[in-house]
Design a protein around this ligand. Structure first.
Ligand SMILES: Cc1cc2nc3c(=O)[nH]c(=O)nc-3n(C[C@H](O)[C@H](O)[C@H](O)COP(=O)(O)OP(=O)(O)OC[C@H]3O[C@@H](n4cnc5c(N)ncnc54)[C@H](O)[C@@H]3O)c2cc1C
Length: 367
C-alpha cells in the first residue's frame, strides 16, 4: 500500500484485519502536513443532494468511525450536528437528501429564519431563507485519526516504511515492483497506490489529466473571549450560496474558529507548493465571516493551512485497476470530500480484494 493518508491507512488496516500481509509506505509519514489528510479536522455529513451512493457510504462510514474510535479508546468523531444555511426556498443540495435521511431515520430539522436567530444568536440570518439542522453529522479529527489508524495497523503486526516510492516497469500487464528512495526494491502480489494529489505525477501518462491538484485555503480565527463558548458550541455549518461555499468547524479542538472555502483554488504542486495564504482569498473570507458572524468582524487570524485538493474529473472517488495492469490499483480522487468516507473505503478495498464485493461503477477510472 503506497500512501498513508486517510484512504491508504484505512485500507491497510482493513486488509490486515482480513488476513493480508501488508506493507504501508509513505514518503513523509501518516497525516503529514503536505497531504490532504494532514489538517486538524474534517466535516462529516451524509447530505449529498440526490446522490444516494454517497449518502449510504457515509452512513456506513459513520458507523465505522464510531466502532473504531471505541476500539482506539479516543474520540475522533464529534457529533456537533451540521447546520446548512439556505438562501432559497429550494436548496437541492440539501432538499434532495431529505428522502434518504427519512429512509435511514436520520431526519433533519427545518429552522425558519426566526428559529435560527433564536437558537444561534451569533449567526446573521437576514439573507437566509431557512436552515436545516442535521443532528447526525459533525466533525472528525483528521491528522490524529490517520495517525491512530497507522498506530493500530503497526500494533497489529502491519509493516510500515517511510520512503518515497517509484513504480517499476509494467510487463505483461504486471507492475514488476517498486523502488524506494532508500534504493531498495520491493515486490508484491498486488500494489495499491493511494497517493492523493501525487497520483497524477506518479503516472503522468495515465493519470496526469485525470487527477489534478488545487490549492485550498483554511483559516483559524480567534473568537472573542466574552462569548467563546457560544462559538465553540455552534455546530459545523455550511453556507450554501452556490458560489464560494464557505463552511466552518467552530469547536475544532480549541484551535480557533475554522473557516474553509470549497471553491477550487489555483493549480498547486503538492511537493514544492508553499503553504502560504493569498491575501485576496483571506480578505474575501474575512468579509464573509464578518457578515455571517458579526462578532468576528475583528477576529485575528491565529493559524492558517493550505491543503491540496486531489480532484477527479467528476468529483467521484477512484478505485480501479491502473490501465494496462492486472495487479495494480489506483485509490484516490477524494476531491475535497473523501475524508469522512475513508473507513468505508478501506473496508470496501478489503472486501474487493477478498473477492466478496465489486467496486461500484461510480468509482471506475473514466478516461
Ligand atoms: C482544505 C481541505 C478541506 C477538506 N475538507 C473535507 C471535509 O470537510 N470532509 C471530508 O470528508 N473531506 C474533506 N477533504 C478531503 C479529504 O481530506 C481528502 O479527500 C482525503 O484526506 C484524501 O486522502 P488520501 O489518502 O487520498 O490522500 P492524502 O491524505 O493526500 O494521502 C496521500 C499520501 O500519499 C503519500 N505519497 C504521495 N506520493 C508518494 C510516493 N511516491 N511514495 C510514498 N508516499 C507517497 C503522501 O505523503 C500522503 O501521505 C478536504 C480536503 C482539503 C484539502
Amino acid at each position: 500500500m503506497i500512501g498513508a493518508g486517510a484512504f491508504g491507512s484505512w485500507s491497510a488496516l482493513y486488509l490486515l484485519r482480513n488476513g493480508f500481509n501488508v506493507t504501508l509506505i509513505d514518503a513523509w509519514g501518516p497525516g503529514n502536513a503536505r497531504s490532504s489528510s494532514g489538517d486538524e479536522t474534517r466535516v462529516i455529513r451524509s447530505t449529498y443532494g440526490a446522490n444516494e451512493t454517497y449518502f449510504d457510504l457515509n452512513v456506513k462510514a459513520l458507523a465505522l468511525w464510531k466502532e473504531n474510535q471505541a476500539e482506539f479508546r479516543r474520540t475522533i468523531f464529534f457529533n456537533t450536528g451540521v447546520l446548512w444555511f439556505c438562501y432559497e426556498a429550494k436548496t437541492p443540495l440539501v432538499d434532495d437528501s431529505v428522502p434518504f435521511a427519512k429512509k435511514n431515520k436520520m431526519e433533519y430539522e427545518y429552522l425558519t429564519g426566526d428559529q435560527l436567530k433564536k437558537r444561534f444568536p451569533i449567526v446573521h440570518t437576514d439573507d437566509l431563507h431557512h436552515a436545516y439542522f442535521d443532528p447526525f453529522g459533525g466533525y472528525l479529527k483528521a491528522r490524529e485519526a490517520v495517525q491512530m489508524v497507522c498506530e493500530s495497523f503497526i500494533g497489529k503486526g502491519g509493516k510500515y516504511r517511510q520512503a518515497q516510492v517509484r513504480p517499476g516497469k509494467i510487463s505483461s500487464s504486471q507492475l514488476t515492483g517498486i523502488t524506494l528512495s532508500t534504493g531498495e526494491q520491493l515486490h508484491a502480489d498486488a500494489y495499491i497506490f493511494a497517493c492523493g494529489s501525487w497520483l497524477g505525477k506518479l503516472f503522468p501518462e495515465i493519470l496526469g489529466n485525470i487527477i489534478t491538484c488545487t490549492k485550498q485555503e483554511v483559516y483559524y480565527f480567534g473568537v472573542p473571549a466574552k462569548n467563546s463558548l457560544q462559538f465553540e458550541n455552534l455546530p459545523v455549518w455550511v453556507d450554501v450560496d452556490g458560489k464560494d461555499f464557505y463552511y466552518g468547524i467552530p469547536g475544532n479542538s480549541h484551535r480557533g474558529f475554522k473557516l474553509g472555502v470549497d471553491i477550487r483554488g489555483p493549480e498547486f504542486d503538492p511537493t514544492s507548493g508553499e503553504h502560504a495564504y493569498a491575501s485576496p482569498t483571506l480578505e474575501k473570507a474575512r468579509t464573509f465571516i464578518s457578515h455571517r458572524f458579526p462578532d468576528l468582524k475583528h477576529a485575528p487570524l491565529i493559524e492558517n493551512r493550505v491543503c491540496p485538493y486531489e480532484n477527479s474529473p467528476d468529483g467521484n472517488f477512484i478505485l480501479d485497476l491502473l490501465p494496462g495492469t492486472s495487479n495494480t490499483f489506483v485509490l484516490g480522487g477524494g476531491s475535497g470530500h473523501g475524508f469522512k468516507h475513508s473507513p468505508a473505503i478501506g473496508h470496501l478495498v478489503a472486501e474487493m480484494l477478498s473477492g466478496r464485493e465489486k467496486i461500484p461503477p461510480l468509482f471506475n477510472l473514466k478516461k
